[in-house]
Design a protein around this ligand. Structure first.
Ligand code: FRU
Length: 703
């Protein structure tokens, strides 16, 4: 192997372990200039200044007092521009070394573990420390050593660089590599993946050598990112993903990494605040924080720092799950679900920050100690009680709260509590329970909305967002009508009452591709457009896109009274991935009329919205993408015949196609065309001519 210029100090305890001896000889054979230095010597008067890199490779958990003595020497070495690599169990010492207050929680001796390697985050795979390292590789067989990984918690300062790759799958929830900047220098923690006292197959050894060589050779010269905590850092992260054609440009998405439910929606001091379930560690559902975005016009959003972070010692250690925001006589207050172990329990946080950036969690969390006993709440292999998510309102001076649940004897439930002060809650019982065969086993994210003449209760049952329109009084909901808020990729919506009295609802638009595809993209999840909910004169539900969205309109193409001839597609001149289309469609002689978007000129890729004589709107994704990792599932929504001609209102935005039919029915589809020229729009009539009037606009991106 080539000679390296890098001078490495290999740190060990009073004795070198077998693994450390093996690491030393590997290091020499790899051409590094290496000295073995005892930890006591460093804590004493040995100088680290001749070295570029200190490598602490510990195959057993180092004992705490000796680490503390080392800390200040190592920190000043790094602060002056040195590189520090903490491998295997050495990563577990980051808190004692004062590099990060949160240490890895998964520290295990793993003799029989399957072969593993790093799963590099696509955002960071171009860092010099990973030069020549594949995004997915296997770099060790069974270890016998102690490995240190972040599983239920995330480092507070460090940026996740890699999770775990197993021979047959990604493990995005097992974080093995973290980077920190300290002064002028950099620290990489790699709690797994490198073992030298073993003879692995040649391909594993080659991948291991590439990883170790690149780390040691480059750590001192790589400016490693800390986890971005401010708006500027988040904007830079967002910028890195800007060229991804599947990124929405006017729908809210996370700056990078994972987003699910919208939370804590509130207009405060005139500004619209959207919080959301966010994993800063990667594009996977894990270690859930609350992300935050703010807007003055519902169109242009700015990333704000993370608003809620799980407390390693708190009832929300495993995640700050969904919840809502209320105005408690001038004090913005959040109620959310804290997860820890098998418990999910209500927690509270308040702020006096007019920008709603920093929140103080109540010392009394969890504010409800256990799920109710009657009716008994469902427990599963994972949870003592399926009991989470919050909808809070005030009525005649009393606070009320709904919590979503699953019941032990089957079916979802929305459980009602009452309080004088948002803190001491009294259980009142379910306002509605569902039949599990029809409405699902668990109701997540229940929300009760006052629409004037009627009330609307919606719940998310793992599959769909079911709504009930009816009467709510005295702690009981009488449903009169049932429906789905959206017939596609839409889940866990929440609403905001705006200062001008409107009710705006956002839902989570989950991805429709594999978890590995999320990992490769570096982000997952988006929010729907804000939808105005109301009931019309007949008491029927209306859902319209917020009128503010019209301000995004740019170039326009219109076709009035257009007879679309049967069977051969007519293309619009307007094309793109950021479009609004509004069409009145009468089937006339046709059996079906089809609007295709994101279409290639040869129609190899296209997403077809088909309006049929049977009264359905079908989103046909069979040709939406050439990528086999994406969903081809057909989505279908009834658009009752009395709705003819159909008013079809479609928003196309990267991988989002959001459809409003007759301002009543919604269907959102996630689609991932692969070809650059998948930007066309066409209309086709089947079996006869259809009559269409249409307006189409290019929309301005707001990110
Ligand atoms: C809905 C949900 C909620 C939970 C949150 C966790 O998507 O499962 O029930 O609070 O997401 O992220």
């Amino acid at each position: 192997m080539a000679e390296s210029e890098t001078a490495v100090a290999l740190l060990c305890g009073s004795e070198q372990s077998r693994e450390q001896v093996a690491a030393e000889s590997w290091c020499r054979s790899a051409g590094f200039d290496v000295d073995v230095i005892r930890a006591e010597a460093v804590a004493g008067d040995a100088s680290l200044s001749p070295y570029d890199v200190v490598w602490w490779h510990a195959d057993a958990v180092p004992d705490a007092p000796s680490v503390a003595d080392l800390g200040s020497e190592l920190r000043s070495f790094v602060a002056d521009g040195g590189g520090l690599v903490l491998s295997l169990a050495a990563l577990s010492a980051v808190d004692e070394l004062d590099i990060d207050p949160v240490a890895p929680d998964d520290v295990v001796v793993d003799p029989d573990g399957p072969p593993a390697g790093p799963l590099l985050k696509s955002l960071h795979e171009d860092l010099p420390v990973f030069e020549g390292v594949e995004r997915r590789s296997i770099t060790r067989e069974a270890t016998g050593a102690t490995v240190a990984r972040y599983e239920a918690v995330l480092p507070e300062r460090g940026e996740v660089l890699a999770a775990t790759r197993l021979p047959d799958r990604d493990e995005p929830g097992l974080v093995t590599a973290v980077g920190w900047s300290v002064g002028e220098g950099s620290v990489v923690g790699l709690g797994d993946c490198l073992v030298f006292d073993a003879e692995p197959p040649a391909d594993v050894a080659t991948a291991r050598d590439a990883l170790a060589t690149s780390l040691l050779a480059n750590v001192a010269d790589t400016a490693l990112p800390d986890r971005p905590h401010d708006a500027e850092g988040l904007a830079a992260l967002r910028e890195r993903l800007a060229d991804d054609p599947h990124r929405p440009s006017y729908h809210l998405s996370p700056p990078a990494n994972w987003l699910n439910d919208p939370n804590g929606l509130v207009q405060w001091n005139g500004r619209y605040h959207v919080f959301y379930q966010y994993n800063p560690g990667g594009p996977n559902h894990d270690t859930i924080h609350w992300g935050h975005a703010v807007s003055d016009d519902l169109l242009h959003w700015e990333d704000e720092p993370v608003a809620l972070t799980p407390s390693p010692d708190g009832p929300d250690r495993d995640g700050c799950w969904s919840g809502c925001a209320v105005d408690d006589d001038g004090t913005p207050t959040l109620l959310y679900t804290g997860g820890r172990g098998a418990d999910q329990l209500p927690c509270l946080a308040t702020t006096d920050d007019p920008d709603l950036r920093t929140w103080a969690k109540s010392p009394d969390n969890p504010i409800i100690e256990a799920p109710p006993e009657e009716p008994a709440v469902l427990s599963t292999d994972h949870w003592d009680g399926e009991f989470r998510d919050h909808c809070v309102w005030r009525e005649d001076g009393t606070w009320y709260q709904l919590i979503g649940a699953g019941l032990a004897d089957g079916g979802g439930a929305a459980l009602l509590y009452a309080a004088e002060d948002l803190r001491e809650w009294e259980y009142r019982g379910p306002i509605l329970t569902g039949d599990y065969g029809i409405d699902g086993v668990v109701w997540e994210c229940p929300e009760l909305l006052d629409l004037g003449d009627r009330s609307l209760l919606h719940v998310s049952n793992y599959e769909d967002v079911v709504y009930f329109l009816g009467e709510y009084a005295d702690g009981a909901f009488e449903p009169e009508e049932r429906g789905l808020l959206d017939h596609g990729d839409f889940y866990a919506p929440q609403s905001m009452r705006t200062d001008d009295g409107r009710l705006l609802t956002w839902g989570w638009l989950p991805e429709a591709r594999t978890e590995s595809a999320h990992w490769d993209a570096g982000w997952a999840g988006a929010l729907s457009l804000p939808r105005e909910l109301s009931v019309d004169g007949d008491g029927d539900l209306r859902q319209r896109p917020a009128p503010e969205l019209r301000d995004l309109r740019g170039a326009r193409e219109s076709r009035d009274d257009w007879t679309v001839a049967p069977d051969s597609p007519s293309e619009l001149d307007l094309a793109g991935r950021s479009l609004e289309l509004r069409a009145e469609v009468a089937l006339a002689d046709a059996d079906a009329a089809e609007l295709a978007v994101l279409e290639t000129p040869d129609r190899e890729e296209r997403t077809a919205l088909r309006y049929t004589r049977e009264g359905d709107l079908v989103v046909d994704r069979s040709a939406a993408s050439l990528d086999p990792e994406t969903s081809e599932e057909e989505l279908r929504m009834p658009v009752p015949p009395y709705d003819e001609p159909l008013d079809l209102h479609v928003y196309v935005d990267g991988s989002v196609v959001e459809v409003f039919a007759n301002e009543r029915h919604c269907l959102t589809a996630r689609v991932y065309p692969t070809r650059e020229d998948a930007t066309g729009v066409s209309l086709t009539a089947r079996g006869g001519a259809a009559e269409v009037s249409l307006d189409a606009w290019e929309l301005a991106g707001t990110f």
